[in-house]
Design a protein around this ligand. Structure first.
Ligand code: SAH
Ligand code: SF4
Ligand code: F3S
Length: 450
């Protein structure tokens, strides 16, 4: 594809702004791959870019607001540099309401989550034909393999095993922005993991909105536990395999036993609770009960040595009473999560819950969120304290962001450990003695003869 380089000020630089979850981080690697195959060079500074690309998230109102505010800032700048092109993609591009609003803003290229493969063509159209190029499909076709990719630097890489979601939790926009569930074949996944190992990556995280339903719709059926084993057996050079996220309704015994075997598969399961109240879980269309959740997580704690269990929780879902919230706190106390992401419910237009009318007042939502965080932080700090003096196997990831003399590493069950050490350790798996356990991280010291 040819880019018209004759335009005044066109310097081939792009600034990519990524919002949202790991899916978007991975999609951004494809977007970068496409742009760099066209000759663009990345910059972190939009004032020196000719193309700004937004890869957006729609999961909560606050996520969309961040994007609107940045778009406003860049549009203001564009007044001084009219040739600056703005491309807008990701989950917000899939939302009709957003698209209506964008019409009034200076977006030159609009591309949906199912249209990334056509980004080069859309940019070309917008630049050379000097018009707006918009393409958003409601549903994806078959999975497209072999798009160019520019990976983020580091030791760890994301690998999609499936796209989309079929669960339609009543609060969630994702099934609308990402379409129906589609699995990649094990061959494509293993091929990508091998390429990553060859490029020096040590760790992969397998990505899906509900990895436990992997394989549905494939010509030759596989389940997720089988995929995990296949990846572990066919990835020389990769030391650790992680995965996210798991849905409580679909976690099988086979999966629990597969993780329990250890080896490359790390002992960390992210399994969203959302609420501890059966009434609310039912209204959320989550398809499990509080009792099932407690059972499945206690089985994990029983069978998988040192497993870390992390979760997502929403407070203030429509109709949530004080009793419902107390049920959530009860599960949090019973399961003793290693970490939790906590959110206030945010209505998303087009979802079923957007029509529910029993809104919880914002003051109550805020109070519940801060109480939940207090309870969870105490639990995390207490668990981390029990690790003091223990030996942990860590992968050394790089220099600590907060202290140049320290390194940052990660335990098998996804805890961050900061410790003093030489940069020659980066990329190695070593044993560390935990010195201090804090709420969000651990400090450690070397015990081998390094
Ligand atoms: N597929 C993942 C979740 C992806 S969205 C899973 O099911 O585990 C990440 C988290 O955002 C969800 O788990 C939920 O806790 C939160 N979330 C999604 N929609 C939300 C909304 N409308 N308001 C508040 N939080 C929401
Ligand atoms: Fe959203 Fe539920 Fe699908 Fe997760 S499983 S992406 S919360 S609809
Ligand atoms: Fe992820 Fe946000 Fe889309 S959480 S799937 S980027 S709505």
């Amino acid at each position: 594809m040819l880019i018209n380089n004759s335009q005044v000020g066109f310097n081939n630089k792009y600034n990519l702004l990524t919002y949202g979850c790991q899916m978007n981080v991975r999609d951004s690697e494809t977007i970068s791959g496409i742009l760099e195959s066209l000759g663009y060079i990345s910059t972190d500074n939009y004032t020196e870019a000719d193309l700004v690309v937004f890869n957006t998230c729609s999961v909560r109102h606050s996520a969309e607001n961040k994007v609107y505010s940045k778009l406003g800032e860049i549009n203001k700048f564009k007044k001084h540099k009219p040739e600056l092109m703005i491309a807008f993609g990701g989950c917000m591009a899939q939302v009709p309401e957003v698209r209506r609003r964008l019409k009034r803003l200076g977006v030159d290229v609009l591309f949906g989550t199912h249209n990334i493969h056509n980004l080069a063509q859309l940019i070309d159209e917008a630049r050379n034909e000097n018009k707006r190029a918009y393409q958003v499909w409601d549903e994806a076709g078959p999975v497209i393999e072999s798009l160019p990719v520019k990976r983020q630097a580091g030791l760890s890489a994301f690998v999609n095993i499936m796209y989309g979601c079929n669960n339609f939790c009543s609060y969630c926009i994702v099934p609308y922005t990402r379409g129906r569930e589609r699995s990649r074949t094990p061959e494509h996944i293993i091929h990508e993991v091998s390429n990553l190992a060859e490029a020096g990556y040590k760790e992969v995280t397998l990505l899906g909105q509900n990895v436990n339903s992997y394989g549905l719709g494939l010509e030759k059926p596989y389940n997720f536990a089988e995929l995990l084993e296949m990846v572990a057996d066919n990835s020389p050079g990769i030391e650790r395999i992680r995965f996210t996220t798991s849905h409580p309704k679909d976690i099988s015994d086979k999966l629990i036993y597969t993780i329990a075997k250890g080896g490359k598969i790390c002992e960390h399961v992210h399994v969203a609770l959302q609420s501890g109240s059966n009434k609310i879980l039912n209204m959320m269309n989550r398809k499990y009960t509080k009792e099932h959740y407690i059972n499945i997580t206690s089985k994990m704690r029983d069978k998988i040595p040192n497993v870390a269990i992390t979760t997502d929780i929403i407070v203030g879902f429509p109709g949530e009473t004080e009793e419902d919230f107390t049920e959530t706190i009860d599960v949090v106390n019973k399961v003793q999560f290693d970490a939790a992401y906590t959110f206030m419910y945010s209505p998303r237009s087009g979802t079923r819950a957007a029509d529910f009318t029993e809104h919880v007042p914002i003051g109550i939502k805020k109070a519940r969120l801060s109480y939940l965080m207090e309870v969870q932080y105490d639990i995390a700090a207490r668990i981390n304290k029990t690790l003091e003096g223990q030996i942990e196997e860590v992968l050394v990831e790089g220099p600590s962001k907060t202290n140049a003399d320290f390194l940052t590493a990660r335990t098998r069950n996804n805890r961050i450990v900061i410790f003093p050490g030489s940069s020659s350790l980066i990329g190695q798996i070593i044993n560390i003695r935990i010195v201090e356990g804090k709420t969000f991280s651990l400090t450690g010291e070397l015990i081998n003869n390094f």
